[in-house]
Design a protein around this ligand. Structure first.
Ligand SMILES: [Zn+2]
Ligand SMILES: [Zn+2]
Length: 105
């Protein structure tokens, strides 16, 4: 994908603190160069905001609600996964990759 966050591109953006591009890119302000730097880092991930949200959700541990001796149900996809004597050792669902944790009562 073509990079969209370039410094020349920033000339099109006007910072509300500064009267001109030159002032903003001087040492005084830096608002736009900071924003461009942050956007560059985002572009470098190669991910869409939607993908980042999905990954964040998948990496946020969900509590397992049902454990039955040798199987438990993934709270995200409902898969029946194996466990041993009510002890779940998986940190992630083998089917969907959701981070999971055992409820602490
Ligand atoms: Zn500025
Ligand atoms: Zn799952």
């Amino acid at each position: 994908m073509k990079r969209m966050t370039t410094i020349p591109q920033a000339e099109l953006i006007k910072c509300t603190n500064c009267s001109s591009y030159d002032v903003c890119f001087g040492d005084e302000c830096g608002v736009i160069s900071y924003a461009i730097e942050v956007l560059k880092q985002y572009e470098d991930t190669g991910l869409t905001p939607e993908q980042i949200r999905e990954l964040t959700e998948r990496d946020t541990a969900m509590e397992i609600n049902e454990i039955h001796v040798d199987e438990y149900y993934c709270p995200a996809c409902g898969a029946e996964n194996n466990c041993d004597q009510d002890v779940v050792e998986d940190n992630f669902c083998p089917r969907c990759g959701q981070r999971i944790k055992v409820r602490e009562d």
